[in-house]
Write a protein that binds this ligand. Structure first.
Ligand SMILES: CC(C)(COP(=O)(O)OP(=O)(O)OC[C@H]1O[C@@H](n2cnc3c(N)ncnc32)[C@H](O)[C@@H]1OP(=O)(O)O)[C@@H](O)C(=O)NCCC(=O)NCCS
Length: 171
C-alpha cells in the first residue's frame, strides 16, 4: 500500500488490474478529455508505462481501492509531466464513471498532495487540465490549487488549451 485515506487506499497497479483499467480507459465518457476510448493494446501500454514509472521514480498512477469492497474504483497518483517545456510533478485522477460524485477523486488527490510534500519532499505539485474538463478543475480547486498559467498541447491532432493548476507546500 502507498497510503490510505478514510474510505480508500492506494496501491501500485499490476497485470491483474487490466480489466478494471479497461472499464476506465475504454469508457468514452471517462475519456472525453483524451478525445478517444483506448484499445486493448493502448490499455496495456498505459499499464506498462505505470509499472515502468514505479521502477524509475518510485511513483506513478496508482490504483484507488474502496476499503469497503476492495474494488479498484479508479486511478490517482503522481507522475512527471512535460508542462510547456518544464518537467513538473503532477497529480492525476481518473475514476470509473459509476463512482463519480462521491468525493473519491478529491479524497485521493489530497492524499497524493500530502504524499508529495511529506514523503517526496517536493515544494510544488501541479494538475494540468484541459479547458473543457470542469469536473477535473473542480477537484484541483478543492485540492487548494490555483491557475498559474496556461498553454496549448497538441494531442490526437487537436490543439487543446490546458490550464496549469498548482499549489506550493508553503501555501
Ligand atoms: C475528474 C474526475 C475524477 C472527477 O470526479 P468527481 O466525481 O467529479 O470528483 P470527486 O470524486 O471528488 O467528487 C466530487 C463530487 O462529489 C460530491 N461529494 C459527495 N460526497 C462527497 C464527500 N464525502 N466528499 C467530497 N465530495 C463529495 C461533491 O459535492 C462533488 O459534487 P459535484 O460532482 O456535483 O461537483 C472524473 O470526472 C473523471 O474520472 N473524469 C474523467 C477522467 C479525467 O478527465 N481525469 C482528469 C484528467 S486531467
Amino acid at each position: 500500500m502507498i497510503f490510505e485515506t478514510d474510505r480508500l487506499y492506494l496501491r501500485e497497479m499490476e497485470q491483474t488490474d487490466f480489466s478494471s483499467l479497461c472499464e476506465i480507459l475504454q469508457d468514452e465518457e471517462v475519456m472525453y478529455a483524451y478525445e478517444h476510448a483506448f484499445t486493448n493494446d493502448e490499455v496495456q501500454e498505459w499499464l506498462n508505462r505505470q509499472i515502468k514509472r514505479y521502477e524509475d521514480y518510485g511513483f506513478g498512477l496508482w490504483a484507488v481501492i474502496l476499503k469497503d469492497t476492495n474494488e479498484m474504483i479508479g486511478q490517482c497518483g503522481l507522475t512527471m509531466q512535460d508542462c510547456d517545456g518544464n518537467q513538473v510533478l503532477e497529480i492525476g485522477y481518473l475514476l470509473k464513471k459509476k463512482y463519480w460524485h462521491n468525493g473519491y477523486a478529491i479524497e485521493s488527490a489530497i492524499g497524493c498532495k500530502n504524499y508529495a510534500f511529506a514523503v517526496l519532499g517536493t515544494d510544488e505539485v501541479y494538475s494540468i487540465i484541459r479547458d473543457n474538463n470542469i469536473a477535473s478543475q473542480n477537484v484541483a480547486k478543492r485540492n487548494g490549487m490555483h491557475v498559474s498559467s496556461q498553454f496549448v498541447k497538441h494531442y490526437y491532432n487537436i490543439n487543446m488549451l490546458h490550464y496549469i493548476y498548482s499549489i506550493k507546500n508553503s501555501d
